[in-house]
Design a protein around this ligand. Structure first.
Ligand SMILES: N[C@@H](CCC(=O)N[C@@H](CS)C(=O)NCC(=O)O)C(=O)O
Length: 203
């Protein structure tokens, strides 16, 4: 019998959302453990992730933090066909490139702009929005020529990058100049079982 999977996070966290989205795409059963900010410094949560960040995944004895690490684990462990994380040198490298972009430009661009604008966190809103716009220009070029970010099919690259681009307007980043990016967001959302990134404004 497969061990029970538990996902610790909150719905408005894009880092958590990408893991939830991939669990659903893989058709895996899991328990969503709501872990609001006030709990992150507790002893119990610090044992799960000493960095005191969500998401954290538990799968049997395994406790794993970091959204991109969790995506890689789930693909290796549960995707028998290997399409989400290709094994060939170029495909694997292209997926890794976008995982790095999701932890770099996306984290410091649209994700940072959103927490500054929406949640009142300190930071340089204009600098974060500028990072977002530069990245969106690069993505627009790629997605004008291809349906998906890394290869000719949907991969972990698309899952990792989706949530904080879907909610980029909440950080004051206008997506209207990027029609290919908007079409790609819609393609991700059209996948079976996918729940769109929830709006913090409506929440
Ligand atoms: N590299 C981590 C970053 C996760 C992250 O930054 N999560 C945010 C919530 S979306 C967090 O826990 N931040 C800690 C804080 O704000 O104190 C990952 O990809 O999972």
């Amino acid at each position: 019998m497969t061990a029970k999977i538990r996902l610790h996070g909150v719905p408005l966290s894009g880092h958590t959302h990408k893991v939830e989205l991939f669990l659903r795409l893989l058709g895996l059963e899991f328990e969503y453990v709501n872990a609001p900010r006030e709990t992150w410094s507790s002893e119990a949560f610090t044992r799960l992730n000493p960095l005191r960040q969500i998401p954290v995944l538990e799968d049997g004895d395994l406790v794993l933090a970091d959204s991109n690490a969790i995506l890689v684990y789930l693909a290796k462990r549960y995707d028998a066909e290997g399409g989400w994380l290709p094994a060939d040198a170029v495909g694997a490298a292209q997926v890794q490139r976008w995982l790095s972009i999701s932890a770099g430009e996306i984290r410091f661009g649209p994700a940072t702009a959103r927490v500054i604008k929406l949640m009142g966190r300190p930071g340089d809103l204009e600098a974060a929005q500028a990072i977002a716009r530069t990245l969106l220009g690069v993505m627009e070029q790629r997605l004008t020529a291809a349906d998906w970010l890394a290869t000719d099919r949907i991969t972990l690259a698309d899952i990792a990058c989706y949530p904080y681009l879907a909610c980029a307007p909440e950080g004051g980043v206008d997506l209207s100049p990027y029609p290919a990016v908007r079409a790609w967001l819609a393609r991700v959302e059209a996948q079976p079982g996918v729940k769109p990134m929830p709006s913090a404004v409506a929440a």
